[in-house]
Unconditional design. Structure first.
Length: 522
């Protein structure tokens, strides 16, 4: 009797367990069917050689150009050489832990970089790694670093000025929003100072600024960051850094990544400014990669496509039409020359790509004529089309007077006696040159620039001792801002003043200069 009951209990328990098992299997099958899981095969390869910032890999038959590959430890690389037997990869991180035989995985993802508002005020590298000690970037959009330049039909003429706050540039070598203007000169001539002042001057505008440091010393980049922070310019800027200690692959991709970050804002209809400091080191990084990857060397051992790597970068800078948002991307690439040779290989490549150049002369720098901009060798191919009308009124006479002065000053060194007209032209030119001097990190608003240049064009400073021009300019700015605020606002907005308003302003200028001379004589 007991055995029959125990057998019945076992059968019931078995039936319950079977029912639970069937229900569980049904639930699992339904979950699997509804999840639409897809299997993605992972391709792996083997490192044949690693060193000098590059790796050669066997395997990965389906990899594509510019695809990211991942090494152990999270080190990333970009495939740039696709050959039948092996793949050439430029490394974006430290390769000390890598060796031959290491397994490498294809990610199926194109080399990309973070973009968005979260980057403003941050210091990062091209991969999005944070370098300022702040919070790690999270939940940011990523876009490929290589983007096609906008089509011609999507572009608009460059007509709106990008004010640098530097008198010699805004008056004589104007830059427009969407233009590509090369900053060229020997080392230690103030190239970085010019572009940093331009960033600082955008604090009263809506321009987003990106400073891209390529192969610079860490101390030099730290100084730039501190300067931007002191002038509250970092809050509307992004600093993208690849130092001289980073692998050549990271130095090479950095300007493309920085441009992608700038394009995000341009597509939103914003005006952006990007600084490449500098493309000489960028070209050297590409030459280093190419030689290590055994690409055929050409002139000065640069590969044959050295022109193309810069043209495809700078062609991305433009002013879009209204149908595409109306945003702009202005590029100020920096290039370094040796012994003032602007006809060297890389400088001439960049000069032919850009819309003009600002040349900084070591001769002027050593004379203390700062910023050391050589007006004769500098040019803007967009020109006065981007200038405010009031600037155009003063710039033509200013350039002519300065050019005449430079030529006469050279010949005057050999002359014992000069006629009155020649002496007057030279004295006037010296005042023009003195007015074009400007201290570092002190960009001026357009109204202040126009008024002081109008005064020097009118000859009001010709009788003023040369050593008083600097102090006179400071007093004039204070007086005009206090007495003519409405006129200053008009000039700042790009509007012109009528003759009666200019007459009142110049009378006030004359009064300030007279009092200054009297106080000096006393």
């Amino acid at each position: 009797m007991r055995s029959a009951r125990s057998k019945l209990k076992k059968r019931r328990r078995k039936a319950v367990l079977q029912e639970l098992l069937d229900d569980t299997m049904t639930t699992l099958r339904a979950a699997i069917d509804s999840s639409h899981l897809e299997m993605h095969p992972v391709e792996t390869g083997t490192v044949l050689y690693v060193g000098g910032g590059i790796a050669r890999i066997a395997g990965l038959p389906n990899i594509t150009s510019d695809e990211l590959v991942e090494f152990p430890g999270g080190v990333l690389g970009v495939a740039i050489n696709l050959e039948p037997d092996e793949i050439g990869v430029m490394l974006l991180g430290d390769s000390d832990e890598l060796s031959a035989g290491t397994r490498v995985t294809a990610t199926g993802r194109e080399a990309d970089t973070p973009v968005g508002e979260a980057l403003l005020g941050r210091v990062i590298d091209a991969t999005g790694r944070v370098l300022d000690g702040g919070k790690v970037l999270q939940s940011v959009e990523r876009r490929p670093i290589e983007q096609a330049a906008p089509a011609i039909i999507d572009r608009s003429p460059v007509t709106e000025p990008l004010m640098t706050g530097i008198k010699a540039i805004d008056a004589l070598i104007p830059i427009g929003r969407g233009q590509r203007e090369l900053v060229v000169g020997d080392r230690q001539t103030g190239k970085t100072s010019v572009v940093v002042d331009t960033i600082i001057n955008q604090r009263t505008t809506d321009v987003i600024c990106i400073y891209c440091a390529i192969g610079q010393r860490g101390t030099a980049v730290a100084r730039v960051i501190e300067t931007l922070r002191e002038h509250d310019a970092l809050e509307y800027s992004i600093v993208v850094v690849a130092s001289d200690e980073d692998p050549p692959g990271l130095r090479f991709v950095t300007p493309y990544a920085a441009t992608t970050m700038a394009e995000y804002f341009r597509e939103k209809g914003r005006d952006t400014l990007i600084i490449y400091d500098d493309l000489t080191r960028h070209a050297r990084a590409y030459r280093e990669l190419s030689l290590l990857l055994r690409r055929p060397p050409g002139r000065e051992a640069y590969p044959g496509d050295i022109f193309y790597i810069h043209s495809r970068l700078l062609e991305r800078a433009t002013h879009l039409n209204e149908d595409c948002g109306g945003g702009s991307l202005t590029a100020l690439p920096i290039i370094e020359t040796h012994a003032q040779d602007i006809s060297a290989y890389i400088p001439t490549n960049l000069i032919s790509i850009t819309d003009g150049q600002i040349y900084l002369s070591p001769t002027l720098f050593h004379k203390g004529l700062l910023p050391a901009i050589d007006v004769g060798k500098s040019v803007s191919r967009v020109g006065g089309k981007t200038q405010y009308p009031a600037f155009r009124d003063v710039s033509g006479d200013l350039r002519l007077a300065y050019s005449q002065f430079e030529e006469l000053e050279t010949f005057a060194r050999f002359a014992t006696r000069l006629d009155e007209d020649t002496r007057a032209t030279i004295e006037h030119g010296r005042r023009v040159r003195e007015v074009l001097k400007q201290s570092e990190q002190q960009p001026l608003p357009a109204s202040s620039q126009i008024i002081i240049l109008k005064a020097v064009n009118a000859g009001l400073l010709d009788k003023l001792p040369l050593e008083l021009v600097g102090s006179a300019e400071a007093k004039l700015q204070e007086r005009i801002q206090a007495d003519f605020p409405q006129c200053c606002e008009q000039l700042q907005a790009g509007e012109s003043l009528d003759d009666s308003e200019w007459e009142k302003i110049l009378d006030s200028v004359q009064d300030v200069l007279s009092k200054l001379v009297e106080s000096t004589e006393d």
